[in-house]
Each structure stands twice: as C-alpha cells, then as structure tokens.
Design a protein around this ligand. Structure first.
Ligand code: PHE
Ligand code: ZN
Length: 879
C-alpha cells in the first residue's frame, strides 16, 4: 500500500448541522495516520453544565510519512488555548471543525483546553448528563466532542485521566483502567486519577461521575490474577444487579474455556445509564450499559430480559479481546469486532442455556431484522465500501450477518481448527488495529482453510437464494443445487459464493439417517450424488442454519410434516414447520391458494402443531419456540409488493383456525403451565413460554376465554414474564379488562422507567384494531419524552414494527414516524436515523402505500438542517 499523509479534507459538519449532501467516506481512501499519539493525559474539571477539559497529547510523527501537519478532529467544540511543548502557541488554525498545527519536529507535547456543557448534550455522544450523573459515549466519533484528537481507531494511546468535581454531586469518579490515586481538595470537591496501561483507540475512552452504588464480586482468572468486579447503579437499583453479576462471572470463565482469553486488568467496572443510544459499550475496563441490559429481577424483568442481560453482558465483556486488545483499523472493518463478538456471545448464551433454542432465536432475529435490510435500499456488505455517517452502519448486517459469516468459517473448519485460527488471530494482532482481511488470513492459516472465494461474503451484499431438488434413481439420491445472489444498490451483478450446507437424507420408513454431510455449493449450479438409498429419502437441508441463505427446497407438505415430526436436528425440525406455514400463508396472501388448498394446508399445519403439543420428548422451551408463527416482517419478504394488511389478516386467520381446532390442547397446556411455580430453571421458563403462547392462540380463536384467562394470569402473576404475557394478550383484545389492567400496570410500576417502557410497547405493538389511535394518544402522555431513547423506541419502534397499524391505508402511520424523525433529528440524530428504515421498505409494499411512504421520505429530505445521519438514510432510502 502507498503511504500518503491523511490530509484529505475530512467531513466538516457536526452531527447537528450538515450541509447537503455530506461527503462520502470510502474504504479505498484509507491512509495510515500521519501522526501517532502514544500518550494522552486528560484533566476534567467536572460540572453538569460546564466541564473544562485540559488535554495533553504526546504526538509522534509516523516515520513512514513526511511533513504532514498535525490534524485533530473536533465536533462542536472550540479550543480555548493551545500549547506546544508547554509554551503558548499561535501556530494552529481551524480548518472547518479540525484543529491543524504545523509542527517542526518528530515528537511534541500538545496542550489543548476545551469547555463543554454536558447537560445540553442531547445527542448522547461525547460527555453528557443522564439523571444527574455524567458519562461518556465515544464510539464511533464521540471523542472529538470532548477534545481535539485524531479520533480514528488506528491511533492507540496510553491514557492517564484526572477527574475532579463536587463531592456531593459526584461521589464516584470512574475512568478506564486502574485507579492510582484519589484526594480531597478540602473545598467540597475531590479528585481521582486513573491509568489504563493498555494502549487503546479514543473510541474506548470513558469516564463516569455521579452518585452511584456498587454491587461487588471477585473473579480469579485462569492464571490466578484476582479481578475486582463492580456493577454501578443508581441508589435503589442495587437489588437488581445479581443476574448481571452472575452473567459477568460466567462470561469471564467461558471466554477462558472456549477461547483461552483471560482478563487483563485488576478492575472491571460496569455502569448502568438510563439515557443511552445503544445497548451497551465496551470501553476498556469501564463498560457503560443501557439500564435495560443490567437491571433484572423477577418482578420487573421477563425471561427474555434475563436472556438479553446475559447476552449483552457477555458481548461487551468478550469485546475486551475481540475489539479492544485487537481493534479495528478503520470503521469499514466494524464487523471485525462486531460480527465476531456477536458470534462469541451467541456461543456463550447457547452454552449457558438451550443450544437449539438459542440457534432458533438467532435465526429469527436475522430473518426479522437483517433479511429485510439485505433486500432493501440500505443493503450493504458486512464490510461496507462507503458511508456518510458511520453511526448508520451499526446494523443487523454488520452485527448479525457478520456473525453468520464467521460461523460459516467455523462450520467449514470444525470447532477445533477454528479455535486454532482464532488463537493465531489474537496472537498475531494483539495490540494492533486490524482489518477483516487480517482475520480471514489468520483463520486460513490457523485453521488450514482456503478462503479465497469465501471473501466474497465480505464484499457482496444481498441474501443468496438457494434452490435445492432431490432426485432418486436406482440406489442413488442426487441433490441438485443452484444459487443466485440478488442485485443490491451499487452491486448489479454478483459472483457465486461458497455456501456450506449441512444435509442429511432421512429414511422415509424409519425417520433415521446414516450421518450428516457437509456440502459446499461454490458454483452457480452443482449436483451431489449419494448412493446407498434403495428408496427415495427425505431431504433435511441447511441443518442448524449452516448458511444465511433463503432456501427453496420445493418440498411437499407431506415431506415437511415428516421432517417436523422426525428430523433429529432441532433447527431443521423447526424450519420444516416454518416452511410448511410460510408456504401456506404466502399462497393465501398472494391469492394462489384455492379453497381446497387452504383447507388441506390448514389441516397439515394443525396436524403438525398437534404433534408438537403432544410430543412428550420435547421440552417446553423448544415447544414454545415451535409454536411461534413466522413473523409478519419475514412473511413480507416472501411476497412481492406485499399488502401488509392481508399479511396480518391471513396470519391471524390461520391462528384463529388453529386455536379452534386445537382449543382443548391449548386450554390443557395453559392449565398445566400455570401450576409450575416461578424459578429461573429451564422447565419453569419453558412453562411460562408455552403459557403465554397458549393465550396468544386462544386470543385469536376464543377471545372471551383468552381475556378471562389473561386477566387471571395477570392477577396471579408473581413475575414480569407472566404479567407482560397476559398484558400483551389483553392489549390486542376488545375487552373492558384491557383498560382495567393497563391502568393497574401503570400504577403499579409508575416509578420504574424500564417497566413503563414495556407499558408503551405493549400498546404500540398490539393487535388491537385501534392501535394507531392508541399510539397517537400515547404520544401526548405525560410519561412520553423525546430525550430518553428507550422511551422513544418503546413507543415508536414497537409501532413501526406493528404492520397492521403502521401501514394504515391513509398513510397516517407513516406520517407519525416521519413527524417523529423530524422532531427528534435536531435532538438526537443517531436515534432519529434509526426510524428511517421502516419507511424505506416502500419498494416491497403495494404501490398505493409505497407512494405514501415515499412522500414522507421526500418531506423529511426537504427539511432544513437535517443531520448527516438522517440525510444519509433518507437519501439512500429514496435511491
Ligand atoms: N460497540 C457497542 C457494542 O456493540 C455498540 C455501540 C456503538 C454503542 C456505538 C454505542 C455507540 O457493543
Ligand atoms: Zn459490540
């Protein structure tokens, strides 16, 4: 690579006011940094509405690059004073938002003073105030809102941080690494000094100051080092940290066992913050979390919340190696840390609970969130080629498809050889800012794989479509496979990719098979012969969801029913049932199903679900999983120009028919499940899962019975899983019990923000025909605020995902979301931009609605002073 200085003009806009259009940043334009920053010393004089930052950067010229000035990024800040080597300097200038200094030598000390107002920071990037405390969020480009710095992930520094502030307001002062000294100024203020010995990029910097209490524990690492663990929460929340602490300790132990990764500091701090744009952040030694991924107790958190806490605690902890010790060279490599870390958290959660259920859940998320992204205007490869605002690329593609791509490498290599590849990656790149290419090469060498063609998974967007047909002649079964990768924006034509498919051929008489095969489809078409089958077998394909593809296996309903009953791969069993139902519903939705076909389809599905309900060999967690009908968003992907209302109608009609046909079984299931007492073990959790599933079906076919049972379940509930499940069912029904229980729910949890979020979501996401009116009323509820991202999402994300309400024929649902985007954009651009994708799906919706969606996008784009975040998402969506 040629080593040119990084003097290309960087974007000059800050998050609040972008010119139109913002500059495009390209992966191909990467240049190594002209200046390195081996050391950073920061001195914060903290105040909620006035904080002074004195930064001292030790800068060293990159010997490979000559004569470039030092260019430091800033965003919405001004330098009050600049020193060079300790002396006041005038040798600096502003170039847009950048501070540029001409420096004579090869190494200098730069001092810069900035002042910020954290209380006025509604973007929640940089240093901000939340509920009286101060905290930071620096990924991806928030550090430049605190002080001037190269603020790019390939510039790694050792940080020393001094915090001082009011003792009463900020009794706790935290930063990365180890606390090396504390002291009292004697005037009501105190200070603490922190030192992080591990060089890190600026996006991993963090500080927290506030009135917090800690839950503490200890972990002894595999080499015998003692680590002090602390989870910091607001006073009053300390009773809800036990599950997070248990999850942290399990994560630390699991990463040692599964990946040989040991923690590397004496301290590990987690802080829970109520106002947070994302889920959590892996700052070195000081993870900052959205409260919703820390706090859990039976009264306020569902089983799903418990799982989410475990998964996110694991995810952030695992970043200590996949992200922090080995970080990203540039933001185009985001999947290097995120895809890999999602895979690691998935494997961890699978090991802590039910592996097959976890796999099904992962696939459900991928299909509901990533497949629509991959087939829409915002489709991008897991390693994008360009962006205008990097915050827009924290996507299901980079995260979840990224994890699937690395999982395929693991499938191709086998777990042991994959582990050897990971070991090589960590050993080779420890302390470096690496690329996806570095990762692939380490897996190739460490695992002994040739991934030449596999690299296409990093550069091609779009979900591959695979067609499979099984022939039989003589004693040989022949599998014919074909693949096609659809065109996506900027990528009109694609090359075939290697697609690893785990398959088995089941004997029709016994339901057994003689062993699994791994076939790799790496051409547009291929055939594979399997001798030794006197009779035509039944094809079980993409077992364990070994490849993230859309599959058309052309199987008869009879074969799918057979697989749903007999397949020994739990995922394949689930998948057969899903395909049976998807096939039926898409036929019903697009009108290709006649009355006889509809009846036959329903009977087949009813029979298969009866078997699921009756099978004593299934545990309830798995049974509950198998009972979940395919999501509306996934169904919408299967039909062209979908009419969301007919999707809703057909899915509900099937549910009602099944409820009627299987009513006795659902009632018996509910009766059985409500007798199981609360605990966190798998059997009790399974019982809670099927309990609500039974009500969900009954609500469609026996609404009065369902309302009565849901109200009773609500009243008897001693945990949030049961209470929320019952409330969800009531929210969808036209019954006086609905308002009654909603009022009770609100009164009971009025003081608990995370539970009030549920109260909003349950109503916004409900099947009730008046859900849109409910949302309109809730937008004016006193508990609604645009300054808390959790609350905004609780109402509006749930609504945007509620196809029956969001897609109201007159476009009023689209207007609600567009109005929200316009109101939120000046306050919190990152969160505002996340509401654009639901409007961007217009191409896959019926033409009448598509025009209304486009009109709202146009209206947003016409607004003055749109953020870079929203501008990029809207313009690409109209594309
Ligand atoms: N890096 C965080 C994670 O995946 C996500 C994040 C991104 C948080 C940007 C905040 C801001 O764990
Ligand atoms: Zn992450």
């Amino acid at each position: 690579m040629d080593l040119l200085p990084d003097t290309a003009p960087p974007p000059t806009a800050n998050a609040e006011t972008a010119p139109t259009p913002p500059p495009v940043i390209r992966r191909a334009d990467y240049r190594p940094p002209a200046w390195l920053v081996p050391e950073v010393a920061l001195d914060f004089a903290l105040g909620l509405d006035a904080t002074t930052v004195r930064a001292e950067l030790t800068v060293r010229r990159n010997p490979a690059i000559d004569r470039a000035p030092l260019r430091l990024a800033g965003d919405g800040i001004a330098a009050r004073a600049v020193t060079v080597d300790g002396l006041p300097s005038n040798a600096w200038r502003m170039d847009g938002a950048d501070l540029v200094i001409d420096l004579p030598g090869a190494e200098h000390r730069i001092g810069i003073e900035t002042a910020i107002n954290p209380a006025a920071n509604s973007q929640l990037m940089g240093l901000y105030a939340s509920g009286g405390m101060l905290c930071t969020q620096c990924e991806a480009e928030g550090f430049r809102r605190i002080t001037f710095h190269p603020d790019r992930p390939d510039v790694l520094s050792v940080y020393r941080v001094r915090l001082s502030g009011d003792k009463a307001r900020f009794p706790v002062l935290l930063a990365n690494g180890n606390c090396i000294a504390t002291g009292d100024h004697g005037d009501g203020t105190h200070w603490a000094e922190w030192h992080d010995p591990w060089p890190k990029p600026s996006y991993l910097f963090a500080l927290v100051a506030g009135d917090l209490v800690a839950t503490r524990d200890r972990f002894t690492t595999m080499s015998g080092r003692a680590v002090e663990l602390a989870i910091w929460v607001r006073p009053g929340d300390e009773g809800r940290t036990a599950h997070a602490m248990r999850s942290l300790i399990q994560s630390m132990r699991w990463d040692e066992e599964a990946f040989g990764r040991e923690y590397d500091l004496d301290l590990f701090n987690i802080v829970a913050v109520s106002d947070f744009n994302m889920g959590a952040m892996e700052n070195k030694g000081l993870n900052v979390f959205n409260t919703r991924y820390v706090l859990a107790d039976p009264e306020t958190a569902t089983d799903g919340d418990y799982d989410a806490v475990e998964g996110v605690i694991g995810h952030e902890y695992f970043h200590n190696w996949s992200g922090n010790r080995v970080t990203c060279r540039d933001w185009f490599q985001l999947s290097l840390k995120e895809g890999f870390t999602v895979l690691r958290d998935q494997l961890f959660s699978a090991a802590m609970g039910s592996e097959p259920v976890k796999r099904i859940e992962d696939v459900r998320v991928l299909r509901a969130a990533q497949f629509p992204e991959d087939s829409g205007p915002l489709a991008h490869p897991i390693r994008p080629d360009s962006y205008q605002e990097i915050s827009n690329f924290y996507t299901a593609t980079v995260y979840n498809k990224g994890a699937e791509v690395i999982r395929m490498m693991r499938t191709l290599a086998g777990p042991e050889r994959f582990r050897a590849g990971c070991d090589l990656y960590f050993a080779r790149h420890d302390g470096e800012a690496a690329t996806c290419e570095d990762f692939i090469r380490a897996i190739e060498e460490g695992a002994g794989l040739d991934l030449t063609q596999f690299r296409l998974w990093y550069s091609q967007a779009g979900t591959p479509r695979v067609t499979a047909r099984l022939d039989h002649a003589g004693d040989t079964a022949t599998l014919h496979l074909a693949q096609q990768v659809p065109a996506t924006p900027d990528q009109p034509s694609k090359q075939p990719m290697p697609i690893p498919l785990r398959i088995a051929l089941l004997d029709r008489a016994t339901g057994r098979h003689a062993g699994e095969h791994l076939v790799v489809l790496d051409t547009a078409e291929a055939r594979f012969d399997f001798p030794g089958h006197a009779q035509p077998p039944v094809l079980s394909i993409n077992r364990g969801f070994s490849a993230p593809v859309a599959l058309d296996a052309g199987q008869s309903d009879a074969d799918l029913v057979f697989l749903a009953a007999h397949d020994d791969d739990p995922f394949a069993r689930y998948e057969a049932l899903q395909r049976l139902i998807v096939g039926h519903l898409t036929g019903a939705i697009d009108g290709t199903l006649d009355a006889a076909g509809r009846q036959a389809g329903r009977e087949a599905i009813g029979g298969a679900l009866a078997a699921v309900l009756d099978d004593p060999a299934l545990d309830d967690l798995m049974r509950g999983e198998l009972l979940i009908l395919p999501a509306e968003s996934y169904l919408a992907e299967q039909v062209a120009a979908a009419d969301p209302v007919s999707i809703r109608r057909e899915r509900e009609a099937l549910k009602a028919w099944l409820a009627d046909r299987l009513a006795d079984r659902f009632l018996a299931l509910h009766d059985r499940a409500i007798l199981v007492p609360y605990s966190l073990d798998a059997a009790a959790r399974g019982a809670r899962k099927v309990k609500t599933q039974a009500l969900v079906y009954l609500a469609a076919g026996r609404p009065e019975e369902a309302a009565r049972r849901a109200a009773a379940q609500y009243d008897a509930a001693d945990n949030m899983t049961d209470r929320q499940g019952a409330m969800m069912v009531l929210c969808g029904l036209d019954t006086p019990l609905r308002a009654q229980k909603l009022a009770d729910f609100h009164a009971r949890y009025a003081a608990d923000a995370l539970v009030i979020d549920k109260w909003f979501s349950l109503q916004a996401g409900s099947l009730h025909p008046a859900a849109l009116d409910h949302v309109r009323a809730l937008a004016g509820h006193p508990d609604m605020t645009l300054t808390n991202p959790n609350r905004v999402r609780s109402l509006y994300m749930a609504f945007a995902a509620n196809a029956g309400a969001f897609h109201a024929a007159d476009g009023s649902g689209y207007r609600i979301i567009a109005d929200l985007i316009l109101a939120l954009d000046p306050l919190n651009a990152q969160t505002a931009a996340r509401f654009v994708p639901p409007l961007g799906r217009w191409r896959r919706i019926d033409p009448g609605r598509a025009a209304l969606m486009r009109a709202e996008l146009e209206r947003i784009l016409a607004a003055p002073r749109l953020s870079r975040d929203t501008y990029e998402q809207v313009s690409r969506s109209l594309g």
